[in-house]
Ligand binder design. Structure first.
Ligand SMILES: [Zn+2]
Length: 180
């Protein structure tokens, strides 16, 4: 397959995987000439996953767009390109499952899948992506999102956990809640 970077025809397949819904095989390829990595798909002709935009328009699912958005959100964050690629793979897999009956999925549903993955990966990236994707209209909405994130991540409550095995986090919360 022709390398989109240098035009060479010599590549090797470094990863090959059937998508979760069984409609397509995704192959990760590396150009033997320049080392550029690209993705190819093998699928039956009428089973392309379509994305329904907010405007109601449909367009083919495009992992490059997702990768671009995620990469932007994780700019200067300690997350490797491989990890981003893995995240995009997982999102693509989940999207193909969601859309497996009608071969279409709402763009909002894809955004939510990305947010779910980012929340587990990098909080800063999550907030950045959410602020672009959800178009926070007010500071209140933004603060609410951050609070929601705090509530759902017990690991950010400080380092007093496991001090005596008696659920100290719960006690701390109760004490602070009882203050006037
Ligand atoms: Zn090349």
């Amino acid at each position: 397959m022709r390398c989109p970077h240098c035009g060479g025809f010599d590549d090797k397949v470094i990863d090959s995987r059937t998508l979760a819904n069984g409609d397509a095989i995704r192959r990760r390829r590396e150009c033997c000439n320049c080392g550029y990595r690209f993705t190819s798909y093998e699928r039956t002709e009428d089973k392309q996953l379509m994305v329904i935009k907010r405007s109601g328009r449909r367009e083919p699912f495009d992992r490059i767009k997702i990768e671009r958005g995620v990469t932007h959100a994780l700019e200067k964050r300690p997350v490797s390109h491989m990890t981003i690629e893995q995240l995009v793979n997982e999102v693509e897999d989940l999207a193909s499952m969601v859309g497996k009956v009608n071969h279409e999925i709402d763009s909002a549903a894809i955004g939510d899948l990305v947010l779910e993955k980012l929340a587990a990966l990098d909080k800063v990236g999550y907030i950045r992506f959410a602020s672009v994707y959800r178009h926070f209209g007010t500071i209140d909405e933004f603060v609410k999102e951050i609070q929601k994130m705090r509530e759902s991540s017990p690991h950010t409550k400080g380092n007093s956990q496991n001090s005596n095995g008696e659920n100290p986090v719960m006690q701390e919360d109760q004490i602070s809640n009882n203050k006037p």
